[in-house]
Write a protein that binds this ligand. Structure first.
Ligand code: 5GP
Length: 113
């Protein structure tokens, strides 16, 4: 099992502004907000990146997306939010524990930078 700072957040060894939690996942505000709403949705299972997920994780990954929507709804941004998953250091992944960024509350460009 990979140990990252997110494992410490899951285990409540370091604080985080948690907005949602269930048996499978956790959602908390990013420490370095890139938008008025910037929340990370992570599984409790420590999967380093999407490449490392398998068929057995299919339901878990779907669950994360539905939780992302639920959190967006609670934050009042269900009509306009972006979900980002960085897979690999080459696209900016810094924490190797799979996570979705839920970003909302400002305008976003496309294609992303
Ligand atoms: P990545 O670049 O891996 O896709 O995103 C990692 C995210 O985790 C970054 O946006 C970064 O600001 C956030 N982050 C890193 N360390 C912490 C922390 O200790 N607490 C919280 N809440 N977010 C963190």
């Amino acid at each position: 099992m990979s140990e990252t700072i997110f494992t410490k957040i899951i285990n409540k060894e370091i604080p985080a502004d948690i907005v949602y939690e269930d048996d499978l996942c956790l959602a908390f505000r990013d420490i370095n907000q890139q938008a008025p709403v910037h929340i990370l949705i992570i599984p409790k299972k420590a999967i380093p990146k999407l490449n490392d997920a398998g068929v057995a994780d299919q339901e878990l990954l779907g669950h994360l997306m539905l939780v992302a929507y639920e959190v967006a709804d609670k934050e009042g941004v269900a009509d306009a939010f972006r979900l980002v998953l960085n897979n690999g250091a080459g696209v900016g992944q810094e924490i190797f524990h799979i996570h979705f960024h839920l970003l909302a509350g400002r305008s976003f460009t496309w294609p992303p930078g």
